[in-house]
Design a protein around this ligand. Structure first.
Ligand SMILES: *[C@@H]1O[C@H](CO)[C@@H](O)[C@H](O)[C@H]1NC(C)=O
Ligand SMILES: *[C@@H]1O[C@H](CO)[C@@H](O)[C@H](O)[C@H]1NC(C)=O
Ligand SMILES: *[C@@H]1O[C@H](CO)[C@@H](O)[C@H](O)[C@H]1NC(C)=O
Length: 213
């Protein structure tokens, strides 16, 4: 009886050891999985392209009978490993009475449309893209906004929404493409870039939202 009891004790001790071993093995497996998943994430989803609008402003000038609009977009690639591209981009400028993110028809809801050039940004570099456009009254911009800007006044709270394809070059043979939208908010639109008012304005960092798919 005593022997049985001891034997049982020995057995359960071994069972406990086995269970502990399984637990350690499981924990190690989970750890290895986590390391692999993170490594894949780092390769496939490195820090993303960062966009900003220089001085948080879009400048305007009269070019009778047109209005000239100018801005500088800065694209920064924080990744040390991959090249990034932002291509097929359309920019929509919204005034503060319309939600840039809720709009399902930005071409219709926005004040004016920009067509930025494709951007290619190498590892850990920044690229400045100057954007200029001549705007015709009524054709490209409704009179209520056009007249304010044409007459030299400004809007203090506009949002530039950028819709484009963000391409990450994972390897020299593999590109990952994602439809990506950026929102550059609280832009000052209107006025001459040499004005004192613009001198100390900070760049507007654009917020990114990836399409869910
Ligand atoms: C603003 O500009 C328009 C032309 O776009 C002109 O007809 C109008 O008189 C101007 N208004 C003011 C207040 O200067
Ligand atoms: C929207 O913009 C206009 C023109 O810049 C400004 O007068 C108004 O106060 C703004 N409204 C809000 C809610 O920020
Ligand atoms: C990735 O996309 C860029 C931009 O479109 C292109 O220049 C490059 O050749 C592509 N690379 C691959 C491997 O397809």
């Amino acid at each position: 009886m005593t022997a049985d009891g001891e034997g049982g004790g020995e057995k359960s001790k071994f069972r406990w050891l086995d269970a502990a071993r399984y637990e350690v093995a499981a924990a190690v497996t989970v750890l290895i999985m986590a390391v692999i998943v993170n490594a894949v994430k780092v390769v496939l989803r490195p820090d993303s392209l960062q966009l900003s609008v220089d001085k948080g402003s879009i400048f305007t000038a009269q070019y009778p009978p047109q209005l000239i609009m100018e801005l500088k977009l800065r694209a920064q690639n924080p990744s040390g490993q991959v090249r990034m591209f932002y291509v097929s981009v359309t920019g929509y400028l919204f005034d503060n009475t319309t939600s840039a993110s809720a709009s399902l028809d930005p071409g219709y809801d926005s004040v004016v449309i920009f067509k930025p050039k494709d951007m290619a940004v190498v590892q850990q570099e920044a690229l400045d893209c100057s954007l200029g456009m001549k705007v015709v009254r009524e054709k490209q911009m409704d009179p209520s906004h056009f007249d304010v800007l044409y007459n030299g006044s400004s809007f203090s709270d506009m949002t530039l929404r950028l819709d484009g394809d963000l391409i990450t070059e994972v390897t020299s043979e593999l590109n990952m493409t994602r439809r990506t939208t950026y929102y550059c908010e609280e832009l000052l639109v209107g006025g001459n870039g040499d004005d004192e008012a613009f001198k100390y304005r900070q760049d507007a960092i654009c917020k990114q939202r990836r399409a869910t798919n």
